[in-house]
Design a protein around this ligand. Sequence first.
Ligand SMILES: C[S@@+](CC[C@H](N)C(=O)[O-])C[C@H]1O[C@@H](n2cnc3c(N)ncnc32)[C@H](O)[C@@H]1O
Length: 288
Amino acid sequence: MSRSNSASEFMKYNYGEDRLCLEREELAFWERQRRCGDDCDLKMARDLPDDTPQFILRLQREFEERATAFSFAGSGGMVLDAGCGNGELLIAALEMGMAKENGPRFIGMDFSANMLGRARFRTSGDPRAAFLQGSITSLPFVDQSFDWVVSSGVLTCLASPQSMAEALQEFNRVLRPGGGLVVDFFNRLSHYTLARKYLFGERIVPPEYLSFSEFQNQLENAGFQIEEHLGFDFKLCQGYLFMSRYRPVVDPAYLQERISQLLEKRIVPLWPKLSLFGYRIYVRCKKI
Ligand SMILES: C[S@@+](CC[C@H](N)C(=O)[O-])C[C@H]1O[C@@H](n2cnc3c(N)ncnc32)[C@H](O)[C@@H]1O
């Protein structure tokens, strides 16, 4: 399929006037979040229910560490965390010593004043970080002001493919030539997504769900070249097994988390192509 064909195929999901409505709903959701405390920050950032078991939170923290390492590795100069939420990844990157020079090097930006306030509070006193409110579809920065942009778990929140295209253009605009971009998407071709679509009749549409090649086309159209990708989450399913009546005997959720971790940590590094079966895929690319 040619690039222009696949782009118009992608754009057929035109949400028209619903787009503004969906954007307002998204903002209202993040503004409503009122929980606090360390576990709660994690639950808030990942939209996990209050009764999430401790072992899931532990595994989630491992994921955060690995996602942070992948997202900020190789970064330097001025770094933008676009849609930083309550600062989970940004704080982990600061703790890992990834802001190398003095002065505010990490700029956290989010459209929710509530989430941004939480991020600011959690990093208060750290001179390496500064925060600003704004939307990723219209960034409040002049051209070429960053060396690195990370936007984790945000493109998937956007209301339409058009918004995603705008956001990628904006990332390109604020990056210096040769600058790095790290973004992620939910893989519409993972076994879990396919099961949800075909067994449970769920609506699996862009920009939340894409295939790797669709995402690659979007990035290339916006002037980026993919350098590396990393797949996470090889579980068979998410919420459904939590409801298993066999849970008191053997907790299937625990077993599948362990198997997924084994794949992520031991098998995928040996066969990187397996990354493409992950439910969530992070992509590191360069502005060309
Ligand atoms: C799932 S959280 C991810 C937060 C953080 N990047 C992380 O990985 O921990 C999604 C965040 O994106 C923000 N967001 C959603 N749409 C946005 C937009 N158009 N512009 C800026 N932020 C947005 C939400 O307010 C929320 O804080």
